[in-house]
Design a protein around this ligand. Structure first.
Ligand SMILES: C[S@@+](CC[C@H](N)C(=O)[O-])C[C@H]1O[C@@H](n2cnc3c(N)ncnc32)[C@H](O)[C@@H]1O
Length: 280
């Protein structure tokens, strides 16, 4: 099979499930990943015969895409803050709105800070902050040891040093360490929201990363704020990614817990998706 024939095949098999642009994106990501062929090379050499090994990989990937597996899990990697992150079924695929949260923190120009990322998953937040902020000591915690394995690899591959630990934040961890910044994109999807989610998220992404057990969308925020009482310094900053439907409740909770200078921000889709607040 040559490249052009695979292009036709992927269109035939996926066009009924995805729009054209998405199918084109899948095609170019796959040939780039498996054959190191970019758009320009494809245009000038579309009749290039595929190596047997590449052909097998491409067809297997096509089967997975047809079953609605996200492309990032198919190729095992995702881009975040212009860096490459390994991903598998144990970690959430990093999202563009989370990049906005990271940019916000970076633009606040913190340096020489002790930073904790709670629910680190792929380590995308912790790794990016370590890379982009000066002289910060960054920690990443997660309840999943499988996620921490991926996070450690991601930090190593992106040449940064993050201290990862297996921690269940709901366990009222006694920890003597103090942090200047705590950031978290915790699970915040309720069972009600689940009904509205697409198959490729529910079937493939880890439920422990998505859903709040108690059906309380603020469950993890309460736990993290409780932890912050002892372990975030006075005047320390907290940054959260939030569920767009609960921005007011998170704001109210932060006020109740004595935080000030609370700023809730919209993401690029115009939805309230992140908040920053300072501890008294
Ligand atoms: C929404 S994902 C965020 C992952 C990553 N930080 C990101 O932004 O892409 C939430 C993460 O919290 C972790 N998590 C779930 N329950 C936890 C708990 N009780 N303690 C610590 N981490 C937890 C999950 O394993 C998952 O990696």
């Amino acid at each position: 099979m040559n490249l052009e024939q695979f292009h036709k095949l992927i269109r035939n098999r996926l066009n009924h499930k995805f729009d054209n642009n998405e199918v084109e994106e899948f095609f170019f990501r796959l040939i780039d990943y498996y054959c190191q062929i970019d758009k320009i090379k494809y245009i000038i050499n579309s009749k290039l015969e595929l190596k047997k090994k590449d052909e097998i990989n491409l067809i297997n990937s096509l089967d997975l895409l047809e079953n609605e597996s996200p492309i990032q899990y198919v190729i095992g990697q995702s881009q975040f803050m212009a860096m490459t992150f390994l991903v598998n079924h144990h970690v959430l695929i990093p999202r563009p709105e989370t990049e906005e949260l990271v940019r916000w923190i970076v633009q606040d120009l913190h340096s020489n800070k002790r930073v904790l990322d709670i629910g680190t998953g792929s380590g995308c937040i912790a790794t990016s902050l370590s890379k982009l902020m000066d002289n910060c000591i960054v920690h990443g915690w997660d309840i999943s040891s499988n996620a921490l394995d991926i996070a450690s690899k991601n930090s190593k591959n992106n040449s940064v040093n993050v201290k990862y630990d297996l921690v269940d934040i709901t366990n009222e961890k006694q920890c003597s360490e103090k942090f200047d910044i705590i950031v978290s994109n915790p699970p915040y999807v309720t069972q009600d929201d689940k009904l509205l989610m697409s198959k490729n998220v529910i079937s493939y992404e880890p439920h422990i990363a998505l859903f709040v057990k108690e059906n309380d969308p603020l469950f993890f925020y309460k736990k993290i704020l409780n932890f912050s009482k002892k372990n975030l310094i006075s005047n320390g900053t907290i940054y959260f990614e939030i569920n767009e439907n609960f921005s007011k409740q998170v704001n109210k909770l932060l006020k109740k817990e004595g935080f000030h200078d609370i700023i809730v921000r919209k993401d690029f889709r115009g939805k309230y998706r992140m908040v920053k607040a300072t501890k008294k």
